[in-house]
Design a protein around this ligand. Structure first.
Ligand SMILES: [Zn+2]
Length: 220
């Protein structure tokens, strides 16, 4: 079977595979909820046609300090384990490039001096100590100002991401590129809309927030 016919067959199979499963270049990728390994697995079903290093073209950002999402918990978020240094290396081996999302997930415009350096350079050193060579940075909460951008540039990153809901443009500031947040619950049409039409998604989110704020004001 040639690459084209295999691709067509995959598209056909993908239209009937349950959400959370994807056939990709001969590999069955499972991203189902649950702790069982088979629910989150990669199975080489057919021979593949792409080189291993081109299989998964993705960039993920890691917070290097704490082992859980400590910064979210005071606001009622559930405790989530962060990827460990070993898992970061494993992801790197699967073709997912790891970037830095700071050391402690602080709002960088509130920091100065050593604290700022720790978030930018410190997290870079943490990732390097784990055998990675991070090139990109994502500002926690997307908040950044001139001094946060300078700290990240001085640390030696190639580029950094804020949180503008749009596609990247050639004229963009290299240390303030757009980024659309993807959560574990963003499956199926949510993932497709967020990635294919980030501006539209951003507008829907803004409208939704405005309505829920208005509804809260109207509630006695
Ligand atoms: Zn974050």
């Amino acid at each position: 079977m040639g690459p084209d016919s295999r691709r067509l067959e995959e598209l056909g199979l993908n239209s009937s595979t349950p959400p959370g499963q994807l056939l990709y270049d001969g590999w069955l990728l499972r991203m189902l909820p649950g702790k069982a390994k088979r629910a989150r697995s990669v199975n080489a079903v057919y021979p593949s046609t792409l080189a291993l290093e081109r299989k998964i073209d993705a960039l993920a950002f890691a917070v290097t300090g704490p082992s859980t999402n400590e910064w979210d918990q005071p606001y009622g978020a559930k405790t989530k384990d962060l990827v460990t240094p070993t898992q970061r290396r494993e992801l790197g081996g699967l073709g997912i490039e790891i970037g830095s999302h700071s050391r402690t997930h602080c709002e960088m415009p509130l920091l100065a001096g050593d604290e700022l350096t720790t978030e930018a350079s410190g997290s870079l050193e943490d990732l390097r100590a784990g055998g990675l060579n991070p090139r990109f940075f994502a500002y926690p909460y997307g908040t950044r100002n001139a001094s946060s951008k300078k700290a990240v540039a001085d640390a030696g990153y190639c580029a950094a991401f804020g949180t503008a809901h749009r596609r990247v443009r050639r004229s963009d500031d290299r240390f303030d590129l757009p980024r659309v947040m993807i959560h574990a619950t963003d499956r199926g049409w949510r993932f497709r809309t967020k990635t294919a039409a980030p501006r539209i998604w951003g507008s829907i989110e803004r409208i939704r927030r405005t309505f829920s704020a208005a509804a809260r004001r109207m509630t006695p």
